[in-house]
Design a protein around this ligand. Structure first.
Ligand SMILES: NC(=O)c1ccc[n+]([C@@H]2O[C@H](COP(=O)([O-])OP(=O)(O)OC[C@H]3O[C@@H](n4cnc5c(N)ncnc54)[C@H](O)[C@@H]3O)[C@@H](O)[C@H]2O)c1
Length: 256
């Protein structure tokens, strides 16, 4: 990984990352492992997650990366995983709510059930992960929560009404919880990624036209990579950002 900064305050910390099996999440898992943090992650996909764990545990044995297979739509399972981490490793002091799904849909095809699925996939588990981890962070004397947002709703992106509503909600959730959590030195921030070149984006949506759109819209013409998001996440998780809370940090090459 191309990241060079070191954050001694992350060493030995317990980190939980949702959706850590692929994409930006996998990059976050690796970035925190590199810092000497103990990384647990949740994903629904077994194969890429197991491969990632095997590789990282060879490269960074101190990180003792642990994968929990779970569907985040199942809140009782999410709570079980968080309890297990507390009982086996001591509480979580850094939470990255990252898992989401940007499936496209036509306005007229959205049913009430599908709408609920969009909100539950992209917002509901963020809150319930925070709720379950709050007592652990209180016990540890503080913590840092990072909620992954998206620039899509700022950009009026078409075909993504459910995802966009949920992602706008992520910013509201961050600000809505900052005072409640701040009393216990628990910080909470949003990272708003621009268009990030993950495998899924490259295989599903990136083509000549979308590349042109990126070049037209970004002030910085280089593509935003998962490592650029991880760099911001490490800073926000570390003690170096101890007075940053309730904010939205945009990493989009200057698009919005
Ligand atoms: N890639 C981008 O361009 C981009 C842009 C803006 C925001 N984001 C945000 O960044 C975050 C990561 O995005 P990404 O591009 O890496 O996504 P991705 O689709 O590549 O990876 C998401 C991961 O979450 C997991 N996941 C999804 N739903 C799950 C569920 N119900 N239970 C358990 N695991 C589940 C997936 O299996 C996958 O491993 C998301 O919050 C996304 O909204 C990404």
């Amino acid at each position: 990984m191309a990241l060079t900064n070191r954050y001694p305050s992350l060493s030995g910390k317990n980190v939980l990352i949702t959706g850590g099996g692929t994409g930006i999440g996998a990059c976050l898992v690796e970035a925190f492992a590199e810092q000497g943090a103990r990384v647990c992650f949740i994903d629904i996909l077994a194969e890429p997650s197991t491969k990632l764990v095997d590789r990282l545990n060879q490269e960074f044995p101190d990180a003792r990366v642990k994968f929990y297979q779970a569907d985040l739509l199942d809140i009782s399972k999410l709570r079980q995983v968080i309890k297990d981490i507390d009982e086996n490793f001591g509480g979580v002091s850094i939470l990255v709510n990252n898992a989401a799904s940007d499936t496209r849909h036509h306005v007229q095809e959205i049913t009430p059930e599908y709408w609920d699925e969009r909100i539950n996939t992209n917002l509901r588990h963020y809150f319930f992960a925070i709720q379950a981890i709050q007592p652990q962070m209180q016990k540890l004397g503080g913590g840092s929560i990072i909620n992954m947002g998206s620039m899509c709703w700022h950009d009026c992106h078409e075909g993504l009404a459910g995802y966009s509503a949920a992602k706008a909600g992520v910013v509201g959730l961050t600000r809505g919880l900052a005072k409640d959590l701040g009393k216990d030195k628990i910080r909470i921030n949003t990272i708003t990624p621009g268009w990030v070149m993950t495998e899924r984006q490259l295989s599903h949506w990136i083509n000549e036209n979308t590349m042109k759109k990126i070049e037209e819209n970004q002030c910085i013409k280089d593509y935003v990579m998962p490592e650029d998001i991880a760099a911001m996440a490490l800073f926000l998780a570390s003690e170096d950002s101890k007075h940053c809370t309730a904010q939205d940090f945009i990493v989009d090459g200057g698009w919005i």
